[in-house]
Design a protein around this ligand. Structure first.
Ligand SMILES: [Cu+2]
Length: 468
């Protein structure tokens, strides 16, 4: 029943006549740097100001008055700023690293050259402590993207993706956005990690605190809405390692895009599942006045703080949560219906994932085809050719696999039959299962492919594709 599109609602696919008005209204809103951004020194401002200015510096996040986390942040805020960019319109970027260690900023989901994509494995230079870099980039493709650090954490669960270095990017199309009244950006994150022995026999990170937009439930500003509004929610899971399940009491989500790419079949669902680095864009029709909790479906994660209050104008009392009975999600429901495109002429690349205990204690190395980074194979791609990654996960963990600098089409998950039309840049490959994705190699240069779980990538779960 959660497969049905609600067609009667006001929050549908845009009518042509809506488009102009919405475009104008949205571009009248704040663009570029969000409030609270750190300004450049007068000398630097005197030179041409960059379109995008990022400053990396130590920051203390107050998730609640009792929960503080010392971390690194972009422009003195967690999440970092929201950058709106116009598709294909060149942006100048300036990044200053005021931290004490080398940094690198990865633009997740964009088609950028390896020199600026933001992964040292591809050849992006690290930004030394105290250094400033400048470059320009052409934002592609349209949709909800993000940016984050791409460094190594190892045993320090305050570093890299465990910290506060993540922010939102929205690449606006030249025309035709959606039929909605406003947009809300929500970032899910986990804090205060430490290693604990897990069911899989490994030491896994567990967390004290979980937040939405850096705040625990009840401690952030509510999202204020009005009855009758169509709110487009852009949800990002920036957690270093955790999959999250999100529901909004009294409401349902009409999912319109996954990882920023429009889905062939928008569906109205009870809840969202987001693996690390995944994004879901969903329209929520505000038709149940009151105060509601949008939060993690699993009670213990919501109790750790992962929630935000959605407050209708004039509503009072406590925010209400209704507990869904079970966890429900599948990629397949958003894929194209009807005739399945046969797999194109593609070159198959088989990738088997497993892990091996190594060294002392329960330290495992993650492997692709029996090898850990930096010893993993470097398959060679030919420009313009189509490839199919056949992933076989022989481990006991789920892995959110991310391909840099390209969008892939999910063609098979969990041993199911073929599906088509789902364009993503992360796919969760379930434990003891398989997934297959196809992509056209049309962005020459070194291309990183890795598990987005920080502890797994730190322990070798990465490989690089080269172009011939
Ligand atoms: Cu993994």
């Amino acid at each position: 029943m959660n497969q049905v599109i609600e067609s009667a609602g006001a929050c549908g696919i845009p009518k042509d006549e809506d488009v102009d008005m919405i475009t104008r209204r949205r571009f009248g809103q704040l663009s570029g740097l969000a409030a609270g951004s750190v300004l450049l020194t007068p000398a630097l401002r005197a030179a041409t100001a960059p379109d995008i200015a990022l400053e990396i510096a130590p920051y203390t996040l107050e998730a609640s008055p009792k929960h503080h986390f010392r971390t690194l942040a972009y422009n003195g805020q967690v999440p970092g700023p929201l950058f709106r960019m116009r598709q294909g319109q060149e942006q100048t970027v300036e990044i200053r690293n005021l931290s004490s260690e080398p940094e690198v900023v990865h633009w997740h989901g964009l088609f950028l050259p390896p020199e600026i994509d933001g992964a040292m494995e591809e050849g992006t230079p690290m930004i030394g402590p105290g250094a400033t870099v400048r470059y320009s980039m052409k934002p592609e493709p349209v949709g909800f993207r993000w940016f984050h650090t791409h460094t190594f954490a190892g045993k320090d669960l305050t570093k890299a993706q465990y910290g506060g270095q993540h922010g939102f990017v929205l690449i606006e199309p030249r025309d035709a956005p959606g039929a909605y009244d406003r947009e809300v950006f929500l970032g899910l994150h986990d804090w205060g990690g430490h290693f604990e022995g897990g069911d899989d026999g490994f030491m896994n990170p567990v967390y004290d605190v979980s937040t939405i937009n850096g705040k625990m439930l009840g401690f952030g500003e509510p999202v204020r809405v009005k009855e009758g509004q169509c709110v487009l929610m852009h949800v990002l899971n920036s957690s270093p390692t955790e999959v999250h399940w999100i529901a909004m009491a009294g409401h349902r989500f009409q999912v319109v895009a996954l990882d920023g790419n429009a889905v062939p079949q928008p569906q109205t669902v009870e809840m969202l599942r987001l693996a690390p680095a995944e994004r879901v864009s969903a329209v929520v029709e505000m038709k149940a006045p009151g105060k509601w909790v949008l939060g993690e479906v699993r009670k213990h994660i919501q109790s750790a703080g992962m929630g935000v209050v959605i407050e209708y104008a004039g509503a009072g009392g406590n925010a209400v949560w209704t507990q869904p009975e079970k966890l429900l999600w599948s990629y397949r429901q958003f894929a194209a219906a009807g005739e399945i495109q046969p797999p194109g002429e593609s070159t198959r690349i088989e990738l088997t994932f497993d892990s091996k205990f190594e060294g002392h204690g329960s330290e495992e190395r993650w492997r692709i085809n029996g090898k850990s980074y930096p010893d993993t194979d470097e398959p060679v791609l030919k420009n313009g050719e189509r490839y199919r990654l056949e992933m076989k996960n022989e481990s006991m963990d789920d892995h959110p696999m991310h391909l840099h600098r390209h969008t892939f089409e999910v063609r098979q998950v969990d041993g199911s039959s073929e599906l088509t039309g789902l364009r993503k840049d992360v796919v969760l490959v379930a434990a003891k299962s398989t997934a297959e994705v196809e992509f056209v190699a049309d962005h020459p240069g070194r291309t990183l492919f890795h598990c987005h779980q920080q502890d797994h990538m730190d322990r070798g779960f990465m490989m690089v594709f080269r172009y011939a």
